[in-house]
Design a protein around this ligand. Structure first.
Ligand code: AP5
Length: 217
């Protein structure tokens, strides 16, 4: 399966894509994670992306498209994958269409996670990441394991620099203006599949699985 997870910041794309990847044996390609890794290790790409990310704006299309081209080269013909956070503009979606043709590949579906803005603010304000295992938690909805241990050693929680209230508001505005048009883009191709992303993580997970069963049948 080759899927895109599309949705506003905090919709649960990262949470659900990692669970779905484990169950369906897919690779996940999260542009946010790749950019953060580049930024934190001080690569040229990371330095170019840093200020955009901190302001909650999109990193320029040319940088992202070059990055994706490199990443997709690591995938074999047999690999199924989820793209989490890419594409985010119509220009990125058009570039992906071209890349898939070059790869002789196609998308199976674009899952659109629909979540109301109030839930998004609540989810993002409580999000905590672990530096050790890279997992994302929520201080109320999905607390980290009790005690100092995480699955890869000592738990080292932090709040993302772009999870402040002002930046989240900007990220939501950027989403509406630049990324939401992709819903119509993929509706036109018949690939968009809306999933209600409101509710518990398990409920959303079950809805995604039943969507995937329908898409595969
Ligand atoms: P990125 O990291 O992709 O951020 P985002 O799209 O804003 O998405 P998030 O990671 O905030 O949310 P998510 O939907 O993954 O939610 P999560 O599962 O963590 O991008 C960061 C930045 O990089 C961008 O702002 C931009 O600058 C740049 N960038 C990235 N890609 C780019 C691109 N293609 N082009 C240009 N620039 C790009 O869940 C959030 C929280 O809610 C967690 O705490 C979780 O535990 C909790 N939660 C999840 N589901 C539920 C639920 N059902 N109920 C209750 N709580 C839940």
């Amino acid at each position: 399966m080759r899927l895109i997870f599309l949705g506003p910041p905090g919709a649960g794309k990262g949470t659900q894509s990692s669970r779905i990847c484990d169950e369906y044996n897919l690779k996940v390609l999260s542009t946010g994670d790749i950019l953060r890794k580049n930024r934190d290790t001080g690569t040229i790409l990371g330095e170019k992306a840093r200020d955009y990310m901190q302001r909650g704006e999109l990193v320029p299309d040319d940088l992202i498209i070059d990055m994706i081209k490199l990443e997709l080269k690591n995938f074999s013909d047999e690999d199924g994958f989820i793209l989490d956070g890419f594409p985010r503009t119509v220009a990125q979606a058009e570039a992906l269409d071209k890349l898939l043709i070059e790869m002789n590949s196609t998308l199976d579906s674009v899952l659109v996670l629909d979540v109301p803005n109030e839930s998004i603010i609540q989810r993002i304000s409580g999000r905590r990441m672990c530096r050790t295992c890279g997992r994302s938690f929520h201080n109320v909805n999905n607390p980290p394991p009790p005690g100092p241990e995480c699955e890869r050693g000592i738990c080292d929680l932090f709040q993302r620099i772009d999870d402040t209230e002002a930046t989240v508001k900007n990220r939501l505005a950027v989403y509406q203006k630049q990324t939401h048009p992709l819903v119509a883009y993929y509706e036109k191709t018949g690939l968009a599949y809306h999933v209600d992303g409101f509710g518990s993580m398990d409920d959303v997970y079950d809805r995604i699985k039943s969507a995937l069963n329908k898409i595969n049948s």
